[in-house]
Design a protein around this ligand. Structure first.
Ligand code: HEM
Ligand code: HEM
Length: 177
């Protein structure tokens, strides 16, 4: 049976956000290797990290508003067991949570303003140094949960495609009808 597909808007949100998140993670880790020489210094690497992080926050809020009005394709797969449907719901819910927690905690812990895409200055938010300290811990620790979720999520998508040979991955791929 053909599984329902995500809409073009959902697919666009998904792959743009996924690409941005991978780049945001690559920037600090690949800073000395490649990005500092490409962008002209560590400060610029973090300007891009922070700016893309804010872009992901905006995209995620828009995506959740859109999702609230549109039944997600994932909820329309009758042949999946209840346990599988629940696991997918929890996994996707946690991914959305981290797409909010990572940029918000990042915005909270900065103590100096930063330049959003080198255009406008943002922050710092008026928070105590204790709150900043907690936000920084949250940012640095949550990254590992995000890595685990992304790896597990991509592995499950590939398992559906290559082992179970169903249409779950196809439902999220662009240019397929
Ligand atoms: C989806 C959004 C984001 C993700 C996935 C993300 C992820 C990360 C990761 C993986 C690191 C590297 C940590 C390490 O070296 O151990 C990091 C560091 C950092 N992030 Fe983000 N980040 C996001 C958004 C933001 C935003 C919006 C800001 C600020 C406006 C920000 C500010 C920082 C700073 C300043 C560091 C360096 C922390 C330090 O080592 O002192 N991030 N982030
Ligand atoms: C940073 C990386 C990624 C993030 C943050 C992410 C996030 C998400 C989220 C939140 C959903 C739920 C969409 C909804 O129902 O509203 C989703 C669905 C999906 N993602 Fe990802 N994703 C990422 C990478 C990937 C990759 C690399 C693949 C493929 C190898 C993939 C394949 C899928 C598929 C097939 C679905 C639909 C699952 C279903 O309907 O049960 N994603 N993703």
């Amino acid at each position: 049976m053909q599984l329902p597909r995500y809409t073009a808007t959902q697919i666009g949100f998904h792959w743009i956000s996924a690409l941005l998140v991978l780049l945001i993670i690559a920037l600090p880790y690949g800073s000395g290797l490649i990005f500092e020489s490409l962008l002209g210094g560590r400060g610029e690497v973090f300007t891009l990290h922070k700016s893309l992080g804010v872009a992901v926050l905006v995209l995620t809020v828009l995506r959740l508003c859109y999702r609230g009005r549109k039944v997600p394709a994932q909820a329309l797969k009758p042949e999946e067991s209840i346990a599988q449907q629940r696991a997918a719901k929890v996994g996707h819910g946690l991914l959305y949570l981290l797409l909010l927690v990572m940029p918000i905690s990042g915005l909270m812990f900065g103590s100096r303003p930063f330049s959003l895409f080198w255009l406008v200055e943002i922050g710092p938010l008026p928070l105590s140094s204790d709150v900043r300290g907690i936000a920084k811990e949250v940012h640095l620790i949550s990254q590992y949960l995000l890595f685990a979720l992304i790896l597990g999520h991509a592995a499950i998508a590939l398992w559906h495609h290559y082992v179970r040979r169903d249409d779950v991955l196809k439902g999220m791929l662009p240019f397929l009808r």
